[in-house]
Write a protein that binds this ligand. Structure first.
Ligand code: FMN
Length: 218
């Protein structure tokens, strides 16, 4: 998960908290502990209908909403470049019909893209391979620019690269807002924050996100 190694004591503490959280989930408090605060699954459309046919689908997975906001800003930036853009949650399984390019985004949870986003790429692999496609990942560990951090974040999307070797890729720092997490995840995150240095708070760099959206599909 992290490029940083956990000490044995730290590992046991994190594992203990994770186990405690699971026990809570399985016990009587489970429903309350895993209740997710309401999240805005943004659906937006930007840009004018365009006869040249530069219609882009941006579809994203999210648990706490920050990836949806990143997808939305990418959409606004592409529209300013003249693209017509639809931003849609991947859980709605949007069709690729009528689009000339597609961007898929997901946050990282416990070292992986969310399943629904991976599933979308898998299900649409054949069509996505024949069109301009890009992937973006939102995460909070392995953000630095040293070799280890780069390798660790590349590992997050290795299964996706196998499916879409030609896709452009971007990695963006995310947001950890405990208020947007169910109790059970707040406990887990507290353990991860103290043991692996997972940062809490909004680390998103909107300049970097807009810069990428200004050059993707150039
Ligand atoms: C339970 C949990 C596990 C996480 N695991 C990782 C991880 O393994 N690696 C990482 O870089 N970030 C991890 N993160 C940070 C998220 O990727 C980051 O908060 C992201 O912005 C969340 O996106 P969302 O708001 O769209 O769900 C984790 C966050 C949570 C709440």
């Amino acid at each position: 998960m992290s490029a940083r190694k956990l000490s044995r004591r730290a590992f046991l503490k994190t594992a203990g908290l994770a186990l405690g959280a699971s026990a809570l989930a399985c016990g009587g408090l489970g429903i309350a502990a895993s209740r997710r605060p309401e999240i805005d699954f943004i659906q937006s459309t930007y840009g004018k209908e365009n006869p040249v046919g530069n219609h882009v689908l941006i579809t994203y997975a999210t648990k706490a909403g920050s990836t949806a906001e990143v997808a939305d800003v990418i959409g606004q930036t592409l529209a300013a470049r003249g693209f017509q853009v639809d931003v849609r949650p991947v859980r709605d399984n949007p069709s690729l019909d009528g689009y000339q390019a597609v961007i898929v985004g997901s946050p990282i949870r416990m070292g992986n893209w969310l399943d629904e986003a991976v599933e979308f790429v898998r299900a649409n692999q054949a069509r996505m391979s024949g069109m301009p496609a890009a992937l973006f990942t939102v995460h909070l560990e392995n953000l630095a620019n040293d070799e280890n951090s780069r390798a660790a974040r590349q590992a997050y999307t290795a299964p996706l690269r196998e499916l879409l070797p030609g896709a452009s890729e971007a990695f963006f720092a995310g947001n950890m807002d405990p208020a947007k997490l169910p109790l059970i995840e707040r406990l887990l995150v507290r353990a991860m924050a103290s043991q692996t240095g997972l940062p809490v708070g909004d680390q998103r760099d909107w300049e970097q996100i807009r810069a990428w959206a200004n050059e993707v599909f150039a």
